[in-house]
Design a protein around this ligand. Sequence first.
Ligand code: ZN
Length: 339
Amino acid sequence: MPAHTRSQFARTLLATPPSTAIRISSPSALERFVLRANAESHVGLAVEELEIGFANSVSFAGETLRRCLQLVPNVADVILDLPPRTPSNILQHVTFPHLQLFKTNLPHYTLLDFLEAHVSLKLLILGSCGSPGECAFASLSHVDHIVDLEGPSQCISHFMGTRLVRLTAHLSYDWYSKFATRSLPLSIHLVVLSMEFLPDDFQVLNSISQTAPSLRKLKLMENGIPMRRGSSSRRVWNDFKGWAMSLRKLRLLEELIVVTPAKLVRHSGDVLEEKELLGRWLTGRRNHPGSPSDSYLYHVGLWYGSQDLGESIISNWYKVGVTWARSVHNGQPHPASLT
Ligand SMILES: [Zn+2]
């Protein structure tokens, strides 16, 4: 029965369990939530997932945001997508004892104390650095609790050598270097890596094999940034001997996905040409369809451009016995970028 009076409306509210997932998409919605949670503490205490997203808003009250964060101490998942001028101390005196996932676009220098203090945090997704010079994470310590990380290459490199198991590394457009993996310390725990690389980064796979020798799943995404002047049309995956040698160093690798806007084979989608390419990647030799017998690799995914067909090709190859067979093959509308 619909509520007609204020007392009936109040009774209806009391009968409705407070939501465990809250999404706030404007400063006014933030103020409404804070007003209600201030008046009824169980509303804030019930929240386990909080998403605040109004990055395009010009202004909002920082104190209201901090109050909101203080009213939801039981959250496990927090997403904060905030305007550029968000006060840098917004996370001060904010504690989430059960925090598991934290995704934010806040500048990295505002996150140091928060990340070190929240030892329950497992999954961290970061936006751009926010600092023109060296990332503040250079002085980071005590972050062994974070096992799954996504963010710009040059910033998340400071987490390597910890207990990271899964890593997704994006190239920064303001950090125009191809040496994304060169200076990374050894990360023996890393088993899943997704990484963007530049077209002329010929050492990317070799660097990865030295940095993360325990990888089981690797996704390499060639970034669509235009080739720099003076670069050749040679690609890392054209260097068959080097590519095969690096793959062999990744002894535990089970799955490899390669994404590129370039054509991988002469006739896009041709099964024989793809198989020949695969054989050369795995052995470094021509006309060799197999892979080393001690290899755990059983799946190779290819997502590549096709100028002749005007679409992208997605092919999935699986090891069957000692040879390889293509099980899934799709032509997809060519996206502007494959990353
Ligand atoms: Zn940074």
